[in-house]
Design a protein around this ligand. Structure first.
Ligand code: SAH
Length: 196
């Protein structure tokens, strides 16, 4: 395993990520939006996560894993193998959460026509499996692209998206589904069962 091979694993993960997302993005357009919260703010958060998970690592990869070069770390194959495990894990969570969420998915905070509260499948265990997937994606990036600046950029990007979104999203769910959501939330963890 070399840094180049590890970078290719990171690229492969992103390609599969897009293949999973694309049909949902297309289908979402067909379902009218009946409630939307903090749209501009949420779009900014998505843009910030794209910088951290896409532009910064992409720039580093395209410059021959050289910019910022000073932040490159000595390459560890063992760490990169752990990164591959993280890629498989994030893709699994991403696939499962899209499948379970179905037409209720949106990139920002929205309620769609015929929105239903999903509490089964992976949502039976955690309330935010797609955000679990984003955190794992940032971890995979840090483990595969062994440059501390690039690694940190993914974690910070996801962190900003997550912490500025999750409370607003839960408020939207509570306003829409009331006691049913309160009940569901009391029985599930946000990201890690029994812990958080
Ligand atoms: N936070 C979830 C969903 C991310 S997609 C996750 O991490 O898996 C964001 C959209 O999903 C929000 O606009 C919200 O309307 C919707 N949503 C979040 N949780 C939901 C649930 N349990 N059932 C139905 N829709 C949900």
């Amino acid at each position: 395993m070399t840094q180049f091979a590890a970078t290719m694993c990171w690229v492969a993960g992103l390609v599969i990520w897009f293949i999973i997302r694309l049909p949902h993005q297309r289908r979402a357009r067909k379902h009218a939006i009946v409630d939307s919260r903090n749209r501009g703010g949420q779009q900014t958060l998505v843009a910030i996560s794209v910088v951290g998970l896409g532009l910064v690592p992409g720039f580093w990869a395209l410059t021959g894993m050289g910019a910022p070069r000073g932040a490159n770390l000595p390459f560890s194959p063992a760490v990169a193998y752990a990164g591959i495990v993280a890629v498989i894990a994030y893709l699994w969570f991403f696939y499962r959460s899209h499948k379970d969420l179905g037409h209720n998915w949106s990139a920002t905070l929205e309620i769609r026509a015929k929105h239903t509260l999903v509490t089964s499948g992976v949502y039976h265990y955690v309330r935010h499996p797609m955000y679990v997937s984003f955190w794992l994606m940032a971890i995979a990036q840090a483990l595969l692209l062994q440059n501390w600046f690039v690694g940190l950029s993914g974690i910070v990007g996801v962190g900003i998206l997550y912490f500025f979104r999750v409370k607003k999203e839960e408020k939207l769910m509570l306003d829409t589904f009331g006691g049913v959501y309160r009940d569901y939330a009391s029985k599930t963890a946000r990201l890690i069962p029994y812990i958080y």
